[in-house]
Design a protein around this ligand. Structure first.
Ligand SMILES: Nc1ncnc2c1ncn2[C@@H]1O[C@H](COP(=O)(O)OP(=O)(O)OP(=O)(O)O)[C@@H](O)[C@H]1O
Ligand SMILES: [Mg+2]
Length: 260
């Protein structure tokens, strides 16, 4: 390697990821890389292990075997907070928003802005109005419109909740954004906005893992696709029209590729 060149490593590497739930083998020796500025689609039928892999990366579950590396260095991510500290933001398929909180509180959950530390403990209340302005600003910038900005998230539609979750992940992303079915509850227009956000992340050099059952969405934004089947990685191909039928046959198992 010539002087001045830096060794580059994938933003995220998963090696031999294995996860059991009792007798169910949810992940079985999965290995994959994601690079900065790349959108990797994670495909597979229901129950293939996609969400489990996401949860193992983002600290919700622990792998039974395997290594997760960030920027080439092995890490132990044991909680969602730790994943965030590593620059990983996740939108979970089951939408981890707090129902009893409004969008501002959801935005800043776990990273609340406190008043200066020289104030006595009891007076260090959270800076509500600053957080509200920032959250509003972020949602506006992302063109997410909510009928009542101060209503609890429980009163929002599935699509509005999904939009808040995606906006939050995008707003705080630094290295890797994982989107598990981000458009499942969205209409055409809203889905198109989410796909725009994904493109913007890629342009900013963020790595994205996108899980979607919509081949159209995958073809629209992904660079590469990895296919899981029954917990195993059975194929990997560029996300281009030329490879679409190959990807589909891997997903449905029409072609039983050897696990790779
Ligand atoms: N917390 C859990 N406890 C027990 N089994 C689980 C748990 N989470 C997932 N599983 C099982 O692990 C397997 C993989 O599930 P996972 O949710 O990862 O699939 P998926 O690929 O995300 O599917 P979908 O497309 O339906 O979201 C399934 O057999 C599922 O029943
Ligand atoms: Mg899932």
């Amino acid at each position: 390697m010539s002087a001045g060149m830096e060794a580059s490593a994938p933003v995220l590497s998963i090696t031999d990821a294995t996860k059991l739930f009792g007798a169910v083998v949810a992940l079985d020796g999965v290995t994959l890389d994601v690079w900065a500025g790349e959108v990797l689609a994670l495909l597979g039928d229901n129950g293939a292990g996609k969400s489990t892999l996401v949860k193992c990366i983002s600290g919700v579950h622990r792998l039974d075997r395997g290594v997760v590396s960030i920027d080439g260095l092995p890490v132990q991510i044991t909680s969602p907070t730790q994943a965030r500290d590593h620059g990983i933001e996740t939108v979970y398929q089951d939408l981890a928003l707090f129902d009893n909180l409004d969008p501002t509180a959801n935005f800043f959950a776990g990273r609340e802005i406190a008043r200066p530390t020289w104030l006595p403990q009891g007076l260090r209340w959270l800076d509500q109005s600053r957080m509200r302005t920032q959250a509003r600003d972020l949602l506006d910038r992302l063109q997410v419109r909510l009928p009542d900005f101060d209503a609890d998230v429980a009163l929002m539609s599935g699509g509005q909740r999904q939009a808040v979750a995606v906006a939050r992940a995008v707003a705080f992303s630094s290295k890797l954004v994982i989107l598990d079915e981000p458009t499942a509850a969205l209409g055409l227009r809203e889905s198109a906005k989410v796909l725009d956000l994904v493109r913007r992340l890629r342009a900013d050099g963020v790595a994205v893992i996108l899980i979607s059952h919509s081949m159209d969405h995958v073809m629209a934004v992904a660079d590469r696709a990895v296919v899981l089947r029954r917990g195993r990685k059975i194929g990997e191909a560029p996300a281009t029209p030329a490879h679409e039928s190959q990807l589909v046959s891997w997903i449905v198992g029409a072609q039983s590729g050897a696990p790779i």
